[in-house]
Design a protein around this ligand. Structure first.
Ligand code: ADE
Ligand code: ZN
Length: 345
């Protein structure tokens, strides 16, 4: 049986990514190239200066820089190249399926047409699917710092592209913007056939997770770390098999956890929660899927069985059909049954 380094085992094991903001995969070098092409200036003079600004004390400090970066994306080609660069990275990490978020209000508020954004993103995903077979879903996120009317207008703008969009989500500044603020637009979205997810319990209290379940009727919780503060909620999440799309490096960079050794991933698994590993905003937080798995596996000494479970969970929690899920899970198990790793190499 081949014995791999932990990094190689993690890189090669089949996996799905379920929590990635495509605007959060905007690497500094590409940001400067695209800004220059569009004759736009960033509030930083160089790649180095920009990278030095990637020190965050909380979610809002990150979001301020993230929206400034996203502000140089203008043409369909920009959105295409952004998505293509992300897909090239995760192809090397044996990500077989990805469900990507995009934040259209960030762009339409600057006068960019919705179709410019989605056409570019989708063309890259389609080309990747044709060439490598990687499958994908697209999830439209409403910005929770804006009002519900704005979210309603976005839902209307998305209508002609409904066939391309599997679900709607909720992101941006969590505290003071509870899921209840968006109950009606999520209800309309569900009536129109969209699945729903929401960021909850990243910085916000467990009550926000409960609202996401009860009012937004979400299929998954994005992050969900603070659910652990409410034992009854944990039991419900476990019993109902509501997945959590957890993002270890994001949690560290945004100070949701102070040290990776205190990350709740192992506790989540022990409590029977369907936790998954994801990158969130990989260009800002120090890496893509491999780096996230490696950081949490090393800090918590996760076993091969636990790492395998996280990859099985990623397909179980996906919006793939049940036959495809089964096929993908078999690929994970086949890999894990025929490979092992050495922890210290
Ligand atoms: N938008 C991009 N990344 C986010 C995160 N981690 N939380 C909330 N909104 C986001
Ligand atoms: Zn996120």
């Amino acid at each position: 049986m081949p014995v791999l380094s932990l990094r190689e085992f993690i890189r090669k094991i089949p996996k799905a990514e379920l929590h990635i903001h495509i605007e959060g995969s905007f690497e500094p070098e590409q940001m400067f190239t695209i800004a220059g092409r569009n004759q736009l200036t960033l509030p930083f003079t160089s790649v180095d200066e920009l990278k030095k600004a990637y020190e965050f004390n909380n979610l809002q400090e990150f979001l301020d820089i993230y929206y400034a970066g996203a502000g140089v994306l203008v043409t369909e080609l920009d959105f295409f190249e952004l998505t293509q660069a992300y897909l090239r990275k995760i192809r090397e990490e044996n990500v077989l399926h990805t469900e990507i978020f995009f934040d259209p209000q960030t762009h339409t508020e600057r006068g960019i047409a919705f179709e410019t954004v989605i056409n570019g993103i989708r063309r890259a995903l389609e080309e990747e699917n044709q060439s490598s077979g990687m499958s994908y879903r697209i999830i439209l996120c409403f910005l929770r710092h804006l009002d519900e009317d704005s979210a309603f207008r976005m839902l209307e703008m998305a209508a002609p592209f409904k066939e391309w969009i599997t679900g709607v989500g909720l992101d941006s500044s969590e505290v003071s913007n509870p899921p209840s603020k968006f109950a009606q637009v999520f209800e309309k979205a569900r009536e129109e056939g969209y699945l729903t997810v929401a960021h909850a319990g990243e910085e916000g209290p467990p009550a926000y997770v409960r609202e996401a379940l009860d009012l937004l009727k979400v299929s998954r919780i994005d992050h969900g770390n603070r659910s652990l503060e409410d034992e009854a909620l944990v039991m419900e999440l476990a019993e109902r098999k509501i997945p959590l799309t957890v993002c270890p490096l994001s949690n560290l960079k945004l100070r949701v956890v102070e040290d990776m050794k205190n990350h709740p991933m192992k506790i989540m698994l022990e409590k029977g929660l369907s936790a998954t590993v994801n990158s969130d905003d990989p260009a800002y937080f120090g890496g893509y899927m491999t780096e996230n798995f490696l950081a949490v596996s090393t800090a918590l000494s996760l076993s091969q069985a636990e790492i395998t479970q996280l990859c099985v969970n990623s397909f179980l929690a996906s919006f793939l059909d049940s036959d495809t899920k089964e096929t993908m899970i078999q690929k994970v198990l086949d890999f894990s049954n025929t490979h092992s790793f050495m922890m210290d190499s």
